[in-house]
Every structure is written in structure tokens, then in C-alpha cells.
Ligand binder design. Structure first.
Ligand SMILES: C[S@@+](CC[C@H](N)C(=O)[O-])C[C@H]1O[C@@H](n2cnc3c(N)ncnc32)[C@H](O)[C@@H]1O
Length: 241
């Protein structure tokens, strides 16, 4: 079991952490989420701050950044980017900061399925990046290759090492935050989840969004969020009331 030290506490994870993930995970309607943000948050805020907590190999943050590059007017893109991505796993953050990501053919199919306009967002195919923590989980027959995001995509995501709860505490919100925190609650202890949701209720102002994944919703996280003052506005997307 990996455990991680944070400023105030040690975070013990319930089980071995699977840090691997993939682009455009299908438990979120990416285009619909961006349209919701444009229609509901953008009109009275000049900047939307987007956080991707427990960002793993960067797939999720890149998926959101590609959605913005695909759908926002060029002069509007800086309103939504960069995505501030963080993960507690040092090995994972180092891999992200190397500017590379492991992808498979399925990732490229997902890009084509989710974007309106065809464009090559990844280049320089090379050998797979070795990520020790993912080795026990990797399927033997999956062919990973490493890629670099093109400049505008690379500039659209910033990576740092941070614990979810510590990061949430540091957020200064004006009702203009979008927090992706997905498919991670199964690793967190119950008392950590309660502290996190209570902190979200304090930090986030009316209108800000907290986005979870299917793995989290099956764990009853929705109920905690409802009690803390959040309402589901589309699948896995919760608005602070
Ligand atoms: C299964 S991945 C989820 C990746 C991505 N969010 C997604 O939905 O595809 C879980 C990630 O959560 C990270 N993680 C676990 N506990 C964390 C914590 N307390 N703070 C930050 N990251 C954490 C792990 O290091 C791992 O990269």
C-alpha cells in the first residue's frame, strides 16, 4: 500500500492506487459540461478557474483542455485555461512534468469521438514511459506509446504535486471554479471524505461546480454532496447552491 505525507497529515490509502487512466473517460459528457460552463458561469465572470484534482497521468486535464480548444473561440480560450492539475503521487507528477503521456489507439479514437473538429493534439510517438506503480495493473496486450502534447495543449495544463484536501483548502473561489475530482474516492478513508466534502461546502461559492466520476457516485458520494449544499445539474456534475 502506498501512503503519502501532506503538510498537516498523512494520507493513508485504502488499497493499491491505480494511477493509470485514459482520455475522455466516458462517465462525463465533456462537450455538454463545457456548454453548461459557458452558459451558466461565464457570463458574469471574466475568468473560470479549473482544477483537476487526482489528475493521474494528465489524461483528464488534457481531455478538458482539448474540449476548450475545440469549442471556445480563440480569444476566449485563456478564460478557461490553463487547467491546474495535481496529484499526490510523485512518480505520476514527474511523468506529467516530463511533458509526455502514455496513450493507446483507444485514446485516439476517444479524441475523434469527443471533438467537433479534427486536429492532431499529440505528436512525437516514442517508447512507453515507465511508470512503476502502474506495472502490476497493465494489461499485457495493450500497446502504450508515449506522446507529447502540441504547444497550445501543453500550455493549457499545469501540473503540481498536491493532496486533494490541501488543494481545496487553498482555493479562493468567487463562484467561478470548476473542480474535476473523479474516480478517486475509493482510495480515500471515510473521515477524509467527510472533511473534504465539508471543506468544499465552505470554500465553494454559489454556482461553482464539483465533478465526480462513476466510481465515486456508486460509493454514495452524491449523498454527502447533497447534504453539503450541492445539486446534480448533469450526470456527475454538482453545482454549489
Ligand atoms: C484512478 S486515478 C483517477 C484519475 C482521473 N481523475 C480519472 O478519473 O481518470 C486516481 C488518482 O488519485 C490519486 N490520489 C489518490 N489519493 C489522492 C489524494 N489524497 N490527493 C491527490 N491525489 C490522490 C492517485 O495518485 C491516482 O493518480
Amino acid at each position: 500500500m502506498r501512503s503519502y505525507k501532506t503538510n498537516n497529515s498523512e494520507v493513508h490509502l485504502k488499497k493499491n492506487v491505480l494511477t493509470t487512466t485514459f482520455l475522455f473517460r466516458a462517465d462525463l459528457e465533456w462537450g455538454k459540461l463545457f456548454r453548461y460552463i459557458e452558459e451558466n458561469l461565464s457570463f458574469n465572470h471574466s475568468k473560470i478557474n479549473t482544477y483537476c484534482l487526482a489528475s493521474s497521468d494528465g489524461s483528464e486535464a488534457y481531455s478538458y483542455a482539448m474540449t476548450v480548444l475545440d469549442r471556445a473561440l480563440p480569444q476566449e480560450r485563456s478564460k478557461y485555461l490553463p487547467v491546474m492539475a495535481s496529484d499526490i503521487d510523485e512518480e505520476m507528477v514527474m511523468a506529467c512534468k516530463s511533458g509526455k503521456i502514455n496513450l493507446t489507439g483507444i485514446d485516439f479514437q476517444s479524441i475523434a469521438n469527443n471533438l467537433l473538429f479534427s486536429k492532431s493534439y499529440f505528436k512525437d510517438a516514442g517508447d512507453e514511459i515507465e511508470i512503476e506503480n502502474n506495472r502490476p495493473f497493465q494489461e499485457a496486450n495493450v500497446d502504450y506509446r508515449s506522446y507529447r502534447p502540441i504547444k497550445e495543449l501543453g500550455d493549457g495544463v499545469v501540473f503540481e504535486k498536491a493532496d486533494i484536501l490541501e488543494k481545496v483548502k487553498s482555493i479562493k473561489d468567487e463562484g467561478n471554479s470548476v473542480i474535476l475530482c473523479r474516480n478517486v474516492f475509493m482510495y480515500l478513508q471515510q473521515n477524509y471524505i467527510i472533511r473534504l466534502v465539508s471543506e468544499l461546502g465552505k470554500v465553494l461559492k454559489q454556482g461553482s461546480l464539483f465533478v465526480i466520476g462513476d466510481c465515486d457516485s456508486s460509493l454514495g458520494v452524491k449523498n454527502f454532496l447533497n447534504i453539503a449544499g450541492f445539486q446534480e445539474v448533469m450526470k456527475n456534475v454538482f453545482k454549489r447552491l
